[in-house]
Structures are given as C-alpha cells and as structure tokens.
Design a protein around this ligand. Structure first.
Ligand code: IPE
Ligand code: IPE
Ligand code: MG
Length: 236
C-alpha cells in the first residue's frame, strides 16, 4: 500500500460471524471461534504494524451469556488459552493488553488469565490492544456514572469537572474516541459496543466473516477510511 495513507489512531472491530463461518463448513460453532481467535492475533499485529496505536476488539458481550452453556464455556476456555499460552507475538511486539468490561460473572480462572496477560504486557509501549470481554456499551456508561456519583459524594470530584472530554476518564479504559469502527459478517448494527467512544467514528461494514478477515481486508477498511470526509458538524 502507498505510504501517504492516513492511519486511524484508534480502530475498533466487532469481530462477528465465527458461527456462520463454521456452519458453512459443516463444523460446530466452536471451530469458528478458534479460527476467529487466530484472525484476531494476526489482525492486531498487522494493525499495529500499519501504525494503528489502539485496537479495541469486541470479544464477548454481556449479552453473549444468553448463549448455550457449552458455547460460553468453550469461549472462556479459549480466552484462557489465548491469554496464558498464545499471544506471544503480541507480547514480543511491545503491545500492551488491557480489558474493558465487567468483572462480575466471569469465572475466576478467566480473571486470572486476564491478569496474567495484563501483567506480562504492562510496560509495553508500541500499541494498545483493548479486549472487550463481558462488555456492554450501555453498562460502561452506567458504570462510569455510578463511579462519578460515588466520587462526588465522597467530595473527591466536583460535578463542574465533568464534561464530554473528562468523562472518558471514568470509562473502563481511557482510550479516547474511535476513529474507525469495523464490523464483519454483514450485520449493520453496533450490538451495544462502544457507544460513547464511537460518536464520530467512521463505520466500515463488510460481509466478510471474521475468520476470513485478513490483512487485505483490513487494508480495504483503511482505504475506505481515507476516502471519508470527517466534518464533525462543520460546514465546508
Ligand atoms: C462473533 O461470532 C464472536 C462472538 C460473539 C463471541 P458469532 O459467534 O456471533 O458468529 P455468528 O454471528 O453467529 O455467525
Ligand atoms: C456482537 O456480536 C458481540 C461480539 C462480536 C463479541 P453478536 O453476534 O453477539 O451480536 P448480535 O447478536 O448479532 O447483535
Ligand atoms: Mg454474531
């Protein structure tokens, strides 16, 4: 790709379509999740190599607990395996891993595995991989508000100090606005993803299912981003 492309600072991906990818191959949904996890590592490394500084990915929503126990357990075991045994290239490439989401309802062994990867990468500086796990966008806003109310009650914060910029500090991670939000699998919705952070995001929807979402597909999203005119309400 040509060098003069604008690279978005913060990219987010709603990694969707693992189940359909597996079904199309006569396999069970778990197989799709396993392949999706490989795509995630590949895309995270590629995005950072292209100059993206922050990549937020939707790995498991608060609503995904509605799925069968066996699917939820498979996903949790897959996360443990990723955070404790895989992701070596993420660690080696100086990428810091952080998580967004509620800790409640997550198994202790999952929380332990999350802590392991966070700890291993805490001093890394080249990029941030924000993994949204047991995450809901409305929940995040409500949790931020509760946090703010508590601090105000304890006289640790003044209501006058809250505005749309300082509000970011009370979200799960203070990573700022999303520049480019990608959703795979042909669904045109955000499914309770990062609503506060996506107020002026450019959206990129593709029919490609997440296990097939590769470097070339990522480049297409970047090219599309370069053809957008971000006006932020301004007139030209
Ligand atoms: C996305 O793929 C991964 C998670 C939600 C965990 P899906 O599992 O939603 O796949 P589809 O949408 O059923 O194909
Ligand atoms: C959103 O995908 C959540 C993740 C990608 C983790 P879903 O597959 O859960 O969303 P819906 O149900 O199609 O809206
Ligand atoms: Mg889905």
């Amino acid at each position: 790709m040509k060098g003069e492309l604008k690279i978005p600072n913060h990219v987010a991906i709603i990694m969707d379509g693992n189940g359909r990818w597996a079904k199309a191959r006569g396999k069970n949904r778990s197989f799709g999740h396993l392949e999706g996890s490989k795509s995630l590592e590949k895309i995270a490394l590629y995005a950072m190599s292209r100059g993206v500084k922050i990549l937020s990915v939707f790995a498991f929503s608060t609503d995904n607990f509605k799925r069968s126990e066996s699917e939820v357990n498979y996903l949790m075991d897959l996360f443990i395996n990723m955070f404790t045994k895989k992701m070596n290239k993420i660690i080696a490439n100086d990428i810091k891993v952080v998580f967004s989401g509620r800790k409640e309802n997550l198994r202790l062994d999952v929380l332990d595995a999350m802590n392991i990867i966070v700890d291993k990468t805490k001093n890394n500086q080249s990029g941030i991989l924000n993994i949204c796990l047991n995450y809901g966008g409305q929940e995040e806003i409500v949790d931020a508000v509760n946090n703010i109310v508590k601090l105000v009650k304890e006289n640790k914060l003044s209501v006058d100090d809250i505005d749309k910029n300082t509000f970011y500090k009370y979200l799960y991670q203070n990573l700022g606005p999303i520049d480019l939000l990608i959703r795979t699998s042909g669904e045109y919705r955000i499914s309770n993803f990062m609503m506060y952070q996506s107020s002026y995001s450019e959206f990129y929807f593709t029919d490609v299912l997440f296990p097939d979402f590769n470097e070339e597909e990522f480049d297409k999203a970047i090219i599309s981003f370069n053809n957008r005119d971000r006006r932020y309400g301004n007139a030209k």
